[in-house]
Design a protein around this ligand. Structure first.
Ligand code: FES
Length: 609
């Protein structure tokens, strides 16, 4: 973090600290919308935030509004001044606009055959003729049940299930619902019939978390919820989070707890809406990049950031929810699909599964763009993968007016009248407050096409464009003037921003070129762009900045949240789970950090067409 910078999260908005202004005033200037029903008079309590940094102590009236308990964690933004660097977390309830999070996973199909099933049994009550023990009478009935996995010996009955079994078997004339795993472990016995049996698939991203609730009895989706990953308040990208964990073991515990609580909250939120108890969730599949995977499990991620970037464990495996202290039924299974390498996680494997990387007939590229671009290149006989350190530019990070895709973000720019004001498309139709990744690509593509930016990646002062001017840090392009923006300040794109975008797209270009060279292909038949950025990206603009080598816009397709779709497939089908492991085994990882051709490929990727 810069010495004097305040970062508002999860919006990722930055501004210079100024102790004469309140955090609410700074948030408004930075374009980070915070609720302020009393217009900053300190009466409504709507502007609650959490501050990490040196804030002025709370006054009496603030303490009265917050109450002693809340005042330990929260501050009122309109009553708080911060003299130096700080990170300010704006909780969902205080956010004026919520981030747009992609939950749709496209049209993916999977055979239905989950690893969890439930059976409704009628277990005879004991008498002097049938006086076998409670568990054994239940197991005898279970082995005859048509709805349960056959040929298995259901002998694994954990103590948590045995406790209270006698009452459950007697309270409803022997009618019980039993939930088991494919390998024969009993997860739950509940008195009566007609109980739900549910699974949860989670895409645990660096920035966002999406949870899908599935009915194991029918295979139908029940609901989906998404939120920002609360770890963003501690550190924005995976490398910073790994550094935090390396600094102190308590940091790992805290980050891990944040991810787990976020998953619990999303599950509770869907269940509450549907009138279902979260205790009926018996399996959870979690996909994420390798750092997220490790931090969620409480595994030390330190070596992921040190050559040769080795994970603690790579193959898929399951643990009990109780081992992770997750607030679900104690025997609920949490399955972690395989990760491939330090920077190619189970989200990339899930993407490859959902996009059928093992069934392509021609060279097909699959890309999930975020802070790290995860790229899979599949051909009929080989599957390559790599990760490119694209940096946070595509998520609005390190860009003067960069923001994530939320209402108020410019997501597309039309410069067809290059002398006049640019036509901006803004999420939610609001006055613009910042520019998100797809807007940046669209803007730069237009600037290159109109000659305002040269092929070397510099503003061309000789273009004499009236929107190009000298700002405090050098040349900048004015996207919107103060009177037309939602922040009351000019919305500009600086030469520093241009350099950040150029570096990000060069990293992706280099990764793709090197994979194509490694596979010996000089053309791609299809490019599938997964994730939120890929979904909203204008394909003409992506080609217009030379980000994706050797393809035309017609060859590019959006693939939705493919990682989330892959997680659902793994949850719904044991055969898809095996397929995910086979895919991970088949994928060959290309380490770009030590690749001898990387520098040349990167330099090639810097050029604009
Ligand atoms: S805006 Fe109302 S208390 Fe801060």
């Amino acid at each position: 973090m810069k010495e004097n910078q305040i970062i508002f999260q999860p919006m990722g908005r930055r501004i210079e600290a100024d102790e004469n202004l309140t955090l609410l005033e700074l948030a408004n200037l930075a374009g980070a919308g915070i609720e302020a029903a009393c217009s900053g008079k300190g009466r409504c309590g709507k502007c609650r935030v959490q501050v990490r940094g040196n804030a002025t102590p709370p006054g009496k009236s603030e303490l009265e509004i917050l109450g002693a308990d809340e005042a330990k964690d929260y501050r009122l933004a309109c009553q708080t001044h911060v003299p130096g660097a700080a990170t300010v977390w704006v909780p969902e309830i205080s956010r004026l606009n919520s981030q747009v999070i992609l939950t749709a996973g496209g049209d993916y199909t999977a055979d239905f055959g989950p690893g969890i099933k439930s059976a409704e049994l009628e277990v005879p009550l004991p008498d002097f003729k049938e006086h076998a023990a409670d568990r054994e009478r239940m197991l005898t009935r279970l082995s005859r049940s048509a709805g349960i996995f056959e040929g298995r010996n259901h002998q694994q009955t954990p103590l948590s299930v045995l406790c209270g079994l006698e009452e459950k078997l007697r309270s409803n004339a022997g009618r019980v619902t039993v939930v088991t795993t494919r390998s024969g472990s009993i997860l739950d016995v509940s008195p009566g019939w007609d109980h739900q049996c549910l699974g949860l698939a989670v895409d645990l991203g660096t920035t966002t978390v999406v949870a899908y609730l599935i009915d194991f009895r029918t295979g139908k989706p029940i609901g989906v919820k998404a939120d920002m990953n609360p770890q963003v308040a501690e550190a924005e990208d995976v490398v910073s989070r790994i550094s935090l964990c390396r600094e102190r073991p308590e940091n790992l515990e805290r980050l891990s707890g944040m991810a787990r609580k976020c998953i619990e909250r999303l599950a509770s939120s869907i269940c509450r809406e549907q009138g279902i108890d979260t205790d009926r969730i018996f399996e959870i599949v979690v996909v994420g990049n390798t750092a997220m995977h490790h931090i969620f499990l409480g595994l030390n991620p330190e070596h992921l950031a040190m050559a040769p970037y080795t994970p603690v464990a790579a193959d898929g495996f399951s643990v009990r929810a109780a081992e992770l202290e997750l607030a679900f039924s104690p025997e609920t299974r949490v399955h972690l699909p395989p990760v491939k390498a330090g920077f190619v996680g189970s989200d990339a494997v899930a993407m490859a599964l959902a996009l059928d990387a093992d069934q392509v007939t021609e060279p097909t590229l699959m890309v999930d763009l975020g802070t790290n671009g995860e790229i899979v290149l599949a051909s009929p006989d080989r599957i390559l993968c790599c990760s490119t350190a694209a940096g946070p530019a595509f998520e609005g990070g390190h860009i003067r007016w960069g923001t994530r895709g939320a209402p108020g973000a410019v997501d597309s720019v039309d410069l067809s009248n290059s002398e006049g004001a640019p036509r901006l498309s803004v999420i939610g139709g609001l006055a613009p407050k910042g520019i998100c990744g797809s807007g940046l690509v669209s803007l730069v593509s237009s600037l290159v096409r109109t000659g305002i930016v040269t092929s070397a990646g510099a503003f061309d002062i000789e273009s004499f464009n009236p929107r190009l001017r000298r700002g405090p840090d050098g040349l900048e392009y004015v996207l919107a003037e103060a009177q037309d923006t939602g922040t009351g300040r000019d919305l500009v794109f600086t030469h520093h921003d241009l350099a950040q975008l150029q570096l990000a797209k060069a990293a992706i270009h280099a990764g793709i070129s090197l994979m194509m060279a490694e596979m010996g292909v000089d053309r791609l038949s299809k490019v599938l762009l997964a994730g939120a950025f890929g979904n909203y990206l204008n394909t003409e603009a992506a080609c217009g900045i030379n980000m994706l080598p050797g393809v035309t816009p017609a060859q590019i397709k959006s693939a939705g949240n493919a990682a989330g779709a892959g997680a659902v497939m793994v949850l719904m089908s044991c055969s898809q789970r095996s397929r995910a492991q086979n895919l991970a085994d088949r994928m060959q990882y290309l380490e770009l950090a030590v690749h001898p051709g990387f520098n040349d490929a990167f330099l090639d990727g810097m050029a604009f067409p």
